[in-house]
Design a protein around this ligand. Structure first.
Ligand code: THU
Length: 160
């Protein structure tokens, strides 16, 4: 037996103003999307904004349903929207933010497991890392330079 220690790397920013002007714009798009979320059941609104390699921003938010499992996360709404409109364009970055009606979201909101797997599919497909920025309503911003940092041992189609 031997131990394997797997490392993930993240950058931490104290404030949005530490980011480039382009990334601040992406953050604002994620906030705008978040504030249009349909989340009457959880009262937890998530916004995701993608920067495509052609410079365009595509955003999405969580869409809930009275039959709870029929809802969808912001990240997958955004990614599927982007890929359905621009199937051959690579995703450079993704920015995620969230807000709750119940309490202040002070720490970064990272994508759920299913969203990580979905992001992994497209990162593998585009053969180029996708940066993932995530934050709460307030507080620090974390940045992963690849989905791999969020999903070690990812299942991907190179196994099939
Ligand atoms: N949610 C997202 O949109 N993204 C995530 O990564 C985590 C959770 C949504 C799903 C649901 O509408 C609400 O947040 C509470 O789980």
């Amino acid at each position: 037996m031997r131990n394997l220690d797997i490392r993930s790397h993240f950058e931490e920013y104290q404030d949005i103003n530490e980011l480039s002007i382009d990334d601040q714009e992406l953050y604002r798009s994620a906030v705008e999307a978040r504030d249009k979320a349909y989340a009457p059941y959880s009262e937890f609104s998530v916004g995701a904004a993608l920067r495509l390699e052609n410079g365009l921003i595509v955003s999405g938010n969580n869409q809930e349903n009275a039959a709870y499992p029929s809802g969808m996360c912001a990240e997958r709404v955004a990614v599927w929207s982007a890929l359905s409109q621009y199937p051959d364009v690579k995703i450079k970055k993704l920015f995620i933010t969230a807000r709750s009606e119940k309490k202040e979201v002070k720490r970064p909101v990272s994508p759920c497991g299913s969203c990580r797997q979905t992001l992994a599919e497209y990162e593998t497909r585009q053969k180029q890392p996708m940066e993932v920025y995530f934050t709460g309503e307030t507080g620090i911003i974390l940045k992963a330079t690849s989905v791999r940092d969020l999903l070690p041992f990812m299942f991907d189609n190179t196994l099939l």
